[in-house]
Design a protein around this ligand. Structure first.
Ligand code: HEC
Ligand code: HEC
Length: 193
């Protein structure tokens, strides 16, 4: 609870006054911290299980990097890159990655039956209500199209199993009771649109 209060305070401080992220400074910082080694040149990941960051919502990026820095989203690989970043530096990194063009969609063959099942599940669970009809996200709700399929499978299973903690518990609730087969279908559908 104390951690959450602290996070809320950190976010408030970072979010006010107006958004001040500077993409040029963010690019230099990303270079210095070697973010591309894992997240790809231009923010499009070529490494298994590493999420793409290009075109991601700035507010989502900001929140997640603060959570890594504070140890609230505990990912060993992200500890060193996030260590000691100031709120202003995190705003710059978020501005840089948010401004890069996202995509493209996955190019491996689309399995029509699997994608259709994924679309059905997305409709039943109202994914588009929060992530928008084109799945490009809004504010703290991330873009989930143009993302690596393996990362989607991994992270959706983590939400379901309460291994990934978000800003709140919305995604844990959404994923409750989903089977591994459901998760594979929805990830395939999202990655191939
Ligand atoms: C050694 C590899 C590595 C480096 C270097 C690295 N990251 Fe990451 N990053 C990861 C991994 C792994 C994850 C996904 C963790 C998970 O599975 O939840 C991640 C997740 C993220 C996320 C959350 C994305 C999402 O869609 O959930 C952001 C934002 C991020 N990294 C930003 C950065 C920035 C900015 C840098 C440079 C300052 C950086 N990372 C450097 C490995 C790395
Ligand atoms: C009530 C709103 C809401 C609904 C409905 C919802 N999401 Fe989310 N989703 C969020 C929020 C908010 C986050 C960011 C949570 C966090 O901080 O980890 C998120 C995060 C995610 C992420 C993590 C992306 C990344 O890059 O780390 C994925 C994947 C995702 N949602 C997929 C889905 C799918 C698939 C559905 C439908 C089955 C769905 N969401 C339904 C609000 C929602």
């Amino acid at each position: 609870m104390r951690a959450l209060t602290y996070l809320a305070a950190a976010l408030l401080a970072a979010a006010t006054p107006a958004w001040a992220g500077d993409a040029t400074r963010g690019a230099a910082l990303a270079e210095a911290r070697n973010c591309a080694a894992c997240h790809g040149a231009n923010g499009i990941s070529a490494v298994p299980l590493m999420p793409s960051l290009a075109g991601q919502q700035a507010e989502f990026l900001l929140v997640q990097i603060i959570m890594f820095r504070e140890g609230l989203r505990p990912v060993p690989a992200m500890m060193e890159p996030a260590r000691g970043l100031t709120d202003a530096e995190i705003e710059d990194l978020a501005a840089f990655y948010a401004a890069l063009p996202s995509g493209p969609a996955a190019t491996d063959p689309r399995n029509e039956a699997l994608a259709a099942r994924g679309a059905e599940l997305s409709a039943a669970r109202n994914c588009a209500t929060c992530h928008r009809p084109d799945y490009s996200g809004q504010a703290q709700v991330p873009r989930i199209n143009h993302q690596r399929e393996d990362f989607l499978v991994h992270t959706l299973a983590e939400y379901r199993d309460n291994l990934r903690v978000g800003m709140d518990t919305q995604m844990n609730g959404v994923m409750h009771g989903m089977t591994n087969a459901d998760i594979r279908a929805i990830a395939h559908y999202l990655a191939h649109r």
